[in-house]
Design a protein. Structure first.
Length: 154
């Protein structure tokens, strides 16, 4: 007599329940959880971390526009068409395999392209400069107080 397994869970050889992720092949991903049931849903990193989820959140166009408006002080109605045009230009440049050198973002180059039934996959490398700590003021460098006392014993 064989038992049927539900698609969500299976059993281990000892008969213990097994999560659905164990049945996935390396290329498959589990179905996303219902956002209404997951406390980590949304853009709240604290809630995501508390739920044990990854803290890395996808940056969406809406959030990008909001942050650009906040940083620049430009009105949203003025910034939105500019940002959308810039994103279109970046997409076209990547599609044409043009290397990008856009500081402070960094240098981006397309390393390979793969055609899939759902679209093209562009594998890119992005090289960014390390953030340098702020240099001390010249007044701090030439302070009148030395770090150590001079040895004045003969």
């Amino acid at each position: 007599m064989t038992r049927s397994k539900s698609p969500a869970t299976g059993t281990t050889p000892s008969g213990d329940p097994q999560p659905a992720e164990a049945h996935l092949t390396p290329g498959q991903r589990p179905a996303p959880a219902d956002p209404k049931e997951t406390p980590a849903a949304g853009n709240d990193p604290a809630a995501a971390e508390a739920a044990g989820a990854s803290v890395t959140l996808e940056l969406r166009k809406k959030e990008l526009i909001e942050q650009a408006v906040e940083r620049s002080g430009v009105k949203k109605r003025d910034a939105k068409p500019v940002i959308e045009a810039m994103l279109a230009l970046l997409g076209e440049a990547i599609g044409a395999e043009r290397p990008l050198n856009l500081e402070p973002m960094g240098k981006l180059r397309v390393t390979r392209i793969k055609d899939n039934p759902n679209g093209r996959v562009h594998v890119c490398k992005l090289r960014r400069k390390r953030i340098q700590p702020e240099k001390p003021d010249t007044a701090e460098k030439t302070a009148s107080d030395p770090l150590a006392e001079a040895d004045r014993s003969g």
